[in-house]
Design a protein around this ligand. Structure first.
Ligand code: GLN
Length: 539
């Protein structure tokens, strides 16, 4: 008898329908009814993790407390549930094969031919059930990446088929997320693509228990009846998921559609009376009806693809709601920043946020934007590479070290104010070798960040190789760029702030990974507030 109940979420018809958001929304509703829930994601690609993927390929790489570089959907899970995820919550085909091949090399299969079924599927099943052993979860939601019918998804679908037998009746269910397109010429919603994708799923031996139908228009009872009839599901298991103005509204829409109740009934779990969503609803209300508005420039080199900075954008939304302020984010491509743009656009912003990144493309633009923010006293927030660029800008323009740079950008720079950590120097493998995951940081008591965090020891997540070079620390401090947060063990500088400005903070870590709806990150909340004050002071 299994301890946890399992929900498998598959996708049909098209990619990008938002399986992650639907999974996170359902998890939120179950959590609000008192169940302990976790979500895991299985990605069918062969990379061992998304850490080596260019953000243009797959959006942001999300980092967990234990230092796993994972799919950005894990960020949604944490932001919605306010529960931490770990290595075990994201599995890729690369990871599965790596484990099986390592076992084969050790001779663990005792001379047997190693095959997709049963060896790969066994490993997938083992990893699906790993979270069951780890925690005391009432419900584990497993999202299968990709679209049903893809060649690379087949072993996962087969594993789900096998597991459902092993788990027994009422212990698992399959939610199929599908698209019901609207043909404007015919003025009609079309069910055929859904019928076909459910049929494809059936050919693999899986019947969907619940259909969640993405749509741009209301789905009528007639259409629901038709879908139920053709797809072998009960009518109340055809759930409409209409486009929402914000992803944070989706749990509320799913509650109206009774998705949680249908799920609990099918899993034989008790439907308690209340759903505790008060905090969530007031968050959404503040978000939808803000009292103020500010304009923040997000300066980075991957701005064409919004998903590249997913966690930063979501953190600004959380902080905006907390301040009852709509945060308009202007994406600014750091590669093309020139004097004209500085004067006409950047100088007029209410805040400047310089994003993380790798490599030299676009760094001079970042440095120019930081110079403008520093000189004009515009609130500035530098994250990881953004902080490193602030150090370079200050070194060049205030310390007078003309060619100051990071050795990442210019190996032989005469002034390596940002340099490689000693233990990174001999590393040649790119995957999983950065300074990753959660690290403690000790905050100086007489600093702005100490007022913001209200705590002496904090812990934040990292993903980088380079650091502020200790040899320049005193000189920077003397001129006002204060190191006000350091790693208690190594002494590495984690936070800098410019004492002469109202809000000028750079952090070597990624606070955006820890902001959630329930606990917006204090640095983002304070930054948005500072931008609002700055805007008011201008008028
Ligand atoms: N490229 C820089 C480093 O590796 C910054 C990384 C980042 O912004 N995540 O140190």
């Amino acid at each position: 008898m299994s301890k946890s109940k399992f929900i498998f979420v598959t996708g049909g018809v098209s990619s990008s329908l938002g399986k992650g958001i639907i999974s996170a929304s359902l998890a939120k509703l179950l959590q609000a009814r008192g169940f302990s829930v976790t979500i895991q994601k299985f990605d069918p690609y062969i990379n061992v993790d998304p850490g080596t993927l260019n953000p243009y390929e797959h959006g942001e790489c999300y980092v967990t407390e234990d230092g796993a570089e994972t799919d950005l959907d894990l960020g949604h899970y944490e932001r919605f549930l306010n529960v931490k995820t770990s290595q075990a919550n994201n599995v890729t085909t690369g990871k599965v094969y790596q484990t099986v091949i390592e076992k084969e090399r050790k001779g663990d299969f005792l001379g047997k031919t190693v095959q997709v079924i049963p060896h790969i599927t066994n490993e997938i099943k083992r990893r699906i059930r790993l979270l069951e052993e780890k925690g005391s979860f009432d419900v584990i939601i497993t999202e299968i990446g990709g679209t049903v019918g893809d060649i690379e998804s087949l072993p996962y679908i087969e594993s789900v088929r096998q597991l459902r037998w092993e788990l027994g009746k009422n212990n698992s269910l399959v939610i199929h997320l599908t698209l019901v397109p609207y043909l404007s010429a015919a003025k009609e919603l079309k069910t055929k693509p859904t019928q076909h994708s459910v049929k494809t799923l059936m050919e693999s031996g899986i019947t969907a228990d619940i259909l969640v139908c993405r749509t741009e228009h209301e789905i009528s009872d007639d259409i629901k009846n038709k879908l139920a009839l053709f797809c072998n599901v009960e009518v109340d298991s055809v759930i409409q998921s209409i486009d929402a103005s914000t992803i944070y509204e989706v749990p509320l829409l799913m509650k109206n559609e009774k998705l949680d109740q249908v799920v609990l009934k099918k899993l034989d779990l008790k439907i308690s009376n209340g759903t505790n969503l008060e905090k969530w609803s007031s968050f959404v209300d503040r978000l939808k009806f803000p009292k103020n508005k500010i304009k923040i420039g997000l300066i980075g080199k991957y701005v064409e693809l919004q998903d590249s900075y997913k966690s930063i954008l979501e953190s600004l939304i959380h902080a905006g709601s907390e301040n009852e302020t709509q945060v308009e984010v202007v994406s600014i491509h750091s590669e093309y920043i020139d004097e004209k743009q500085i004067k006409n656009e950047i100088c007029k912003l209410d805040g400047v946020l310089v994003a993380p990144g790798f490599g030299s493309r676009g760094i001079e633009g970042k440095i120019e934007a930081i110079k403008c923010a520093r000189e004009e006293n515009i609130p500035f927030f530098g994250i990881c590479l953004g902080m490193q660029m602030a150090v370079i800008e200050f070194s060049r323009n205030i310390l007078g070290l003309k060619d100051a740079n990071s050795t990442e950008m210019e190996e032989n720079t005469p002034h390596p104010v940002i340099a490689l950590m000693e233990n990174q120097k001999n590393i040649t493998n790119k995957g999983g070798t950065m300074r990753l995951g959660s690290w403690e940081c000790k905050i100086e008591s007489n600093s702005k960040v100490s007022e913001i965090y209200k705590s002496e020891i904090i812990s934040e997540r990292h993903r980088h190789r380079w650091e502020l070079n200790d040899n320049y620390r005193d000189e920077l401090n003397k001129k006002g760029l204060k190191s006000c947060g350091t790693n208690p063990e190594t002494g590495l500088v984690e936070i800098i702030e410019l004492s002469s400005n109202d809000w000028f903070i750079g952090v070597q870590f990624h606070p955006e990974y820890k902001s959630t709806v329930e606990c917006p990150h204090p640095l983002f909340v304070s930054f948005v507030k500072a931008c609002l004050n700055y805007k008011k002071s201008k008028n």
